[in-house]
Design a protein. Structure first.
Length: 148
């Protein structure tokens, strides 16, 4: 028993280090999961915009397909994202994944870039960008400024 008590500080230290590693790993996994969820919602926003005018241009496909291929999700989710381009149903976006104002403005700027990529920035695309921006909690005035 004295042996155990003698090594107790070492055992406690080893246990603490082990717990810290697990906590760091869990924290890292949560960050990766959160990041993947944010990326997934960004891609869904892009897909919603691409589908909005009823025409999917090659330049739009050239933009979105590599992004889908690079996202850190399983193959089934990637396939679901790609097949959603052919489906008529609306794409649901979880706006709660966008926490900071910079993330929200960055998304809107990316959507505007994407809407203009086919040289046809029409009212249906502007409407979808406005809908997404409002869903993100961006003020109508700020949306107007971004769309100019």
């Amino acid at each position: 028993m004295n042996y155990c008590l003698k090594h107790k500080p070492l055992v406690v230290k080893m246990l603490k280090e082990s717990v810290e590693k697990v906590e760091q790993s869990e924290s890292s996994n949560l960050y990766l999961e959160s990041s993947a969820n944010l990326d997934l919602q960004r891609i869904k926003s892009f897909l919603k915009l691409i589908k909005s005018d009823g025409v999917i241009d090659e330049s739009e496909l050239g933009f979105i397909l590599p992004i889908i291929d690079e996202i850190n999700v399983d193959g089934q989710t990637k396939q679901m994202l790609k097949s959603s381009l052919e489906e008529s149903k609306d794409i649901e976006i979880d706006y709660s994944q966008f926490n900071g104002h910079e993330d929200k403005i960055s998304l809107i700027n990316d959507l505007i870039f994407l809407a203009k990529i086919d040289n046809d920035f029409d009212d249906s695309e502007k409407g979808v960008i406005r809908e997404i921006a409002l869903g993100l909690g961006i003020s109508d005035g700020e949306i107007g400024d971004l769309l100019r």
